[in-house]
Design a protein around this ligand. Structure first.
Ligand SMILES: [Mn+2]
Length: 348
């Protein structure tokens, strides 16, 4: 990061987003992180986190913000002390921006959120270890889903079994609320889970993610308990083919929009373009939705060590939907699936 600051001619950086703070400090729960170009980072934490931050935070000095204190005023004091005149910041809301411009009069403040994104987009060895582990646990969660799912179970009971299995394997909570959406509800891409009973031959969309050392994973399979109808089979095969083709297209240097187009064009050719209502994929790391985004608009080339999802879907209102998703790692000459659940549309 210090190199990026030098390149941008900034002499400091204020981090306010909690995942960005985590990325630089190894600590989740900081209020602000100040990154001066020429001196040690300072992590500002409240009393509830002070002792644990002192123990686990890395690459920074930990500063306690007392109950009556304002973290931003403390940051300001340090900015003055270090004479920082050009400061970048990450993603902050409008009220914080107004506050910072007010307390940091005379300091040039710049939106430099892309600096952090560029760093976070390319995973290092440690991050890849954690992402692999999260993906492995998620794959086991899907295996559990296939084992327990049967007609009569409620959607949330399936979700509970999955989450319990992942917890037992070391998942630190879940990356997002699990989706177990059956029957016509599978046509809702983010259908959550309800007390609806799973019925034989109904589509069930299962979208889950474990979390390991704060790194997450994202995996979707869509199945029926029983036998696919011809129409279910048709859209399953189209979605599956789109996913395989897009996966094959991924490697360093390929534009994100080109990968999206591989899946989208195939689905279009089969007549379901209007039913593929979202982007092909998104980056995965400390956040379950981060950059790079695999969309028709993103002209940026993928880089080796990007971790992204590939998740085409076809959703037919009143009928049901199919999505097949894996979390994959981009390599120089191809891609690797980190999630490894079987592709089987029919269970039992
Ligand atoms: Mn996803």
């Amino acid at each position: 990061m210090k190199k990026s600051l030098e390149k941008e001619n900034l002499n400091g950086y204020i981090v306010a987003n909690e995942k960005n703070i985590l990325y630089f400090s190894n600590f989740l729960g900081g209020v602000r992180l100040l990154i001066p170009r020429e001196s040690e980072n300072i992590l500002y934490v409240r009393g509830v986190n002070y002792e644990s931050a002192k123990r686990t935070a890395k690459n920074c000095r930990v500063k306690l913000i007392k109950m009556v204190e304002d973290a931003d005023l403390s940051v300001r004091d340090q900015v003055k002390r270090l004479n920082l005149s050009r400061i970048g910041f990450d993603v902050i809301n409008a009220s914080l921006y107004l506050k910072l411009t007010n307390v940091l009069k005379g300091v040039k403040l710049e939106d430099q959120s892309t600096l952090v994104r560029e760093l976070r987009d390319v995973k290092d060895e440690k991050e890849l270890r954690y992402l692999r582990k999260a993906a492995e646990i998620t794959s086991e969660g899907m295996k559990t889903a296939f084992e327990v799912i049967r007609p009569g179970l409620l959607e949330y009971e399936v979700a509970a079994e999955i989450e319990y299995a992942m917890r037992k394997l070391g998942s630190n909570g879940v990356a997002f609320d699990s989706i177990v959406a059956s029957s016509v509800r599978s046509a809702f891409p983010h259908g959550g889970c309800t007390d609806q009973k799973i019925r034989r031959d109904d589509l069930v969309m299962i979208d889950i993610g474990a979390k390991y050392q704060n790194y997450v994973s994202d995996l979707t399979r869509t199945v029926v308990v029983g036998k696919l109808s011809p129409k279910q089979q048709k859209i399953y095969e189209i979605t599956n083919e789109a996913q395989q083709r897009a996966f094959q297209a991924i490697q360093e240097g390929v534009k994100a929009c080109e990968v999206d187009a591989v899946a989208r064009d195939f689905i279009k050719k089969e007549g379901y373009e209007k039913n593929f209502v979202h982007n092909l994929g998104h980056g995965v790391g400390l956040d379950v939705h981060e950059t790079p985004i695999l969309s028709s608009e993103n002209k940026n080339a993928l880089k080796s060590r990007n971790v992204v999802t590939v998740e085409p879907g076809i959703y037919i209102t009143g009928f049901g939907g199919i999505r097949i998703e894996d979390t994959v790692l981009v390599h120089k000459d191809g891609a690797e699936r980190l999630t490894k659940a079987v592709y089987t549309p029919e269970v039992k």
